[in-house]
Design a protein around this ligand. Sequence first.
Ligand SMILES: *Cc1c(COP(=O)(O)O)cnc(C)c1O
Length: 354
Amino acid sequence: MIDTLPIHTQVTTASRLTELDPAHIEFGKIFSDHMLVVDYHDGAWQEPHLVPYGDMAVSPANSALHYGQAIFEGLKAYHQADGGVALFRPLDNFHRLNASAARMCMPPLPEELFMQGLKELIKLDAAWVPDAPGAALYVRPFMFATDGFIGVRPSDSYRFVIFTCPVGVYYTKPLRVRFEQQFVRSAEGGAGYAKAAGNYGGAMYPSKLAQEEGYHQLLWTDASAHQYVEESGTMNVVFVIDGCLITPALSTSILDGVTRRSVLQLARDWDIPVEERRISSLEVVAALQAGTLQEAFGVGTAATIATIATIGHMGHDYDLPTPAADALSRRISAALEAIRTGTGEDAHRWMVPV
Ligand SMILES: *Cc1c(COP(=O)(O)O)cnc(C)c1O
């Protein structure tokens, strides 16, 4: 690793760490003491700064607020069995951030800036990484336009920020989901593959309607036929039918999840048949009716694996069997947890120590 980048560091004089109760951490509400801030202007990334976490002043005319020129990432750092801290596949997030940036006409970040800034931030706030089983430090990198200009064109200046939040065990009740066949999250040729801010704002209304009907989230379908499964909420989705792991193939409308990638790799390592292809709501319903749909689960950084218990289709709810102790979703969960905490073999070198 190149260790030459100077990072201006202003250490907080008022740490909030003593206010943290590791037994009661509410997701996304508690922020660690520091954040990384890097500005881009005059065609170049400027010096990075580590500063106390806090509010920041921006122009009310910036194009992130008006036109959604804003992108983000999400990854986690884990306390290791040997006492250290390590990140799960951070370079995958780095590459996806730059893919999102390209789609939104934003400048790419240099790898050293991302990686070194990230590592220094986590070293500085290492005491905030919870060590309870299943807990982690959630890391939120993001970039937004900062020009004070309301014309509709890419901004000339940007800010890149990383802050972190300790998160407890992400306990999810088995999910109730339903197919969404009217509203769409994203369309082929759109920006669904990017972690661009507007994708999430636009998904809130259909999700809210489903929640009012008693579902936790949606099973999004494609924008033209409203038939083929895309994702579940803000997670990728996996079905196990007749012992075969099936997930929608990637496209410009689907987010290329790091958890998805990891789950597919583990299944292939274990010689489980894997299919990345189109899968329709009718195929899922037919498998539910035939009893061949053994498991369905969402996969993403926040929950890792979120078991689906019920799938709604055209006003009818289909219940899935409760996953057995040796169910694939449970084996995958356990294997990923072991890799992330340094207790299992990391055959693909996914963990990066800070
Ligand atoms: C972030 C995200 C995912 C999951 O990606 P991970 O890298 O596994 O966290 C899936 N779908 C959408 C829409 C997302 O925003």
